[in-house]
Ligand binder design. Structure first.
Ligand SMILES: [Zn+2]
Length: 253
């Protein structure tokens, strides 16, 4: 298993981190990708990834919830850091209209700027989209050569089909284990070759750990649900999604 989205730089993981990482490795997690969310996260992400090289992989980006008045300064600082580390992706970036639509236009501008970075550098993107599906897909369509993942996917079947038609992947996390989650049905017609596993740790812990600080090894519960949905085995889900993640993020492991 590869966790394609986990905020291991979060202070909640600081205590006992060596042991935590060992536990993930022992449980079959081959790699963990750590997205950035703003300028302030550049250093913590770098530090934690350098502490566990070839296991934690860093990404860089400005999360839509962090697009505030200083977004231009943040973007220029982030841009100046792109070559300072071997970033495997631009992310997480996107649109989030859930709590605040005041910054809609600025979120869209920030997204376009960062998508252009990804295309220029031939890096995949980690997309966060909440209550903004239409705008998000329209902007992504402006960048036809884009590679990437729609992280923490929980939308409709129709939207899922649009996303994979654009050549993007769906990041499947703990949400699919929640009771009454429609995502199980909404994956109809979506090939397994377009799915990657993720946690969004520390958030989104799967059942039976819902509400706790999430761990990459608990993706096993997500994979088990996917095995049911695709009428196959955990091992097959593991093999295919791991290969998908290696391919998308060009991981040499
Ligand atoms: Zn995230």
């Amino acid at each position: 298993m590869i966790d394609t989205h986990a905020h291991i730089d979060d202070p909640q993981y600081e205590e006992g981190l060596d042991r935590f990482i060992k536990e993930q490795q022992d449980a079959g997690v081959e790699a963990i990708l750590v997205p950035g969310v703003d300028v302030a996260s550049i250093e913590p992400v770098r530090k934690v990834c350098e502490r566990f090289p070839a296991y934690l992989y860093p990404a860089i980006g400005l999360h839509p919830e962090n697009v505030k008045d200083d977004y231009k300064d943040q973007l220029s600082t982030l841009h100046s850091h792109l070559s300072t580390l071997n970033y495997i992706a631009i992310g997480e970036i996107g649109l989030d209209y859930h709590f605040d639509t005041t910054f809609k236009a600025r979120q869209q501008e920030a997204l376009r700027i960062q998508l252009a970075w990804a295309v220029e550098r031939d890096l995949p993107v980690m997309i966060h989209s909440r209550d903004a599906t239409e705008d998000c897909l329209n902007i992504l369509k402006e960048f036809p050569s884009l590679r990437g993942v729609m992280h923490c996917y929980s939308g409709s079947n129709e939207t899922a089909k649009q996303i994979i038609d654009m050549g993007l992947y769906l990041g499947i996390g703990g949400v699919i284990t929640f009771k009454n989650c429609k995502l199980r049905d909404n994956l109809g017609g979506i090939p397994l070759e377009r799915l990657v596993l993720e946690t969004d740790a520390p958030y989104m812990a799967p059942v039976p750990y819902r509400g706790q600080r999430n761990e990459s090894r608990w993706m096993r519960y997500v994979a088990n649900v996917l095995a049911e949905v695709y009428n196959t085995t955990f091992e097959h889900i593991d093999t295919v999604t791991t290969n998908n993640a290696k391919l998308l993020f060009a991981l040499n492991i």
